[in-house]
Design a protein around this ligand. Structure first.
Ligand code: CTP
Length: 416
């Protein structure tokens, strides 16, 4: 696997030589990109000697090389790398990444790559704590950039505090974690249900709900990116489905049920994030209902698809449900976990403003029979990866933990 190490101009740049070595010891093919100012702290010759590859230092030295036979362009590097790790990452480079500036090779590479990105910042403590840097880090974290936070201690500038480049093994661990995560669903066939269902009451009207499908589409995209075969069964949504997943468009709860049960034998994991109608009209009017004073609609319950999935799944298929709650979220979620027999349930408190329905952001609790894991407010894209991380944890052989204990694990925004 190929890892690109980006080096920025800071005193900690000398430590990147050690990082290159440590990554090579993990049998990784390491390539190096340096900013202009990084070359003032450590020479490209040192890093090309260590890595065994020519070091890229500028957008403008992208001339023909013996290795490629053609020019090194940032797109080719972006596509061929399996991870980009920037260490040390300066405040300036974090700002460029956060704002999409692309005026040197490294910042251009960041924009052009779809590979996981890890940044290990190092800087003066005041720069590290400055609201501008914090805001940039928040932006990067929300885009799934993995941040290996600096350590506290004596800094080269003479001050004491946070800002010292993280120890090399921590950076290596973060890189390995990202590489592993990238393909960790390669053996899985994941069915994701998304968006809301619609139940007709006459030819023009329906009973629906506010679900946009964002969470389900983010899950489908993350699962696909991590190597899974993905079948996305979606109610009406304006969102673009991930490029390679198989999309099955449905409208009603019954159509979702039929599609899901038909494909269930293929699934190794089912994530049911759709907001399924609990009721449908007992009789659907054949012609448009006319306005004529108060009316009564007789409704009948839809089938509980999730419970059927649990009953009919093949052994080993993980089933994860969602629960949108407006009160006593954890208590109700726990009840659903038991009633439906799922392996885990993601509980959203949809009464909170600005998150949940039709929003880019969410906060949730991932509840299993053993644990209740808190996902603080984050983007749905980041949460999708966290949900898949925890789902894959369920695949690991059970450790001997006290089943009666219910530890609450925090999920830090950074460095996961
Ligand atoms: N669900 C389902 N079939 C239904 C209703 C819900 O499969 N007919 C699934 C949803 O996709 C979700 C989970 O069940 O994963 C919980 O949905 P929710 O509406 O919160 O639960 P209900 O069982 O409908 O409970 P209630 O409405 O009483 O809160």
């Amino acid at each position: 696997m190929k890892v690109t190490v980006g080096i920025c101009g800071g005193i900690a740049a000398y430590k990147s030589a050690e990082l290159v070595r440590a990554l090579q010891q993990q049998a990784l093919d390491v390539h190096v990109v340096m900013t202009e100012s990084a070359t003032r702290f450590i020479t490209p010759l040192t890093l090309s000697s260590l890595s065994g590859h020519r070091v890229i230092t500028s957008l403008w030295d992208a001339t023909a090389t013996p290795e490629t036979g053609s020019s090194i362009d940032h797109i080719a590097v972006a596509q061929s790398t399996d991870a980009l790790v920037v260490a040390p990452a300066t405040a300036d480079m974090l700002a460029k990444f956060a704002h999409g500036l692309a005026d040197d090779f490294l910042s251009t590479l960041y924009l052009a790559t779809a590979a996981p990105v890890i940044v290990a910042p190092a800087m003066n403590v005041n720069m590290w704590e400055h609201p501008a840097t914090r805001a940039n880090l928040e932006t990067l974290a929300s885009r799934s950039v993995r941040i290996v936070e600096p350590e506290s201690g004596d800094l080269a500038c003479g001050m004491v505090g946070a800002g010292r480049l993280a120890e090399i093994p921590r950076i290596v661990d973060a890189v390995l974690g990202s590489l592993h995560r990238r393909h960790d669903l390669a053996q899985e066939t994941v069915i994701v249900t998304a968006a809301g269902t619609r139940e007709a009451i006459d030819p023009v009207r329906f009973l629906g709900n506010r679900s946009s499908g964002r969470m389900g589409y983010a899950l489908a995209e993350a699962a696909e990116r991590r190597g899974a075969k993905v079948i996305l069964i979606s109610g009406p949504s304006s969102l673009q489905p991930p490029s390679r997943c198989e999309l099955i468009s449905i409208t009603t709860a019954e159509e979702m049920r039929a599609a899901l049960l038909e494909r269930l034998p293929e699934a190794t994991m089912v994530i049911k994030s759709a907001a399924v109608a609990d009721y449908r009209a007992r009789v659907v009017a054949e012609t448009k209902m006319k306005r004529s004073g108060p009316i009564k609609l007789e409704l009948e319950p839809t089938e509980d698809i999730l419970r059927e999935v649990v009953e009919l799944r093949k052994p080993g298929t993980l089933v994860i449900g969602f629960a949108a709650e407006t009160e006593n979220a954890i208590e109700h979620g726990r009840g659903k976990l038991e009633r439906k027999g799922v392996d885990a349930i993601v509980i959203n408190d949809v009464s909170r403003r600005g998150i949940g329905f039709d929003s880019e952001r969410n906060a949730a609790t991932f509840l299993t029979r053993q644990t209740a894991i808190d996902f603080p407010e984050m983007t749905k894209r980041v949460m999708a990866d966290r949900i898949l991380d925890e789902a894959m944890e369920l695949r690991r052989p059970r450790q001997l933990v006290a089943e009666f204990a219910m530890p609450s694990r925090k999920s830090p925004l950074m460095e996961e």
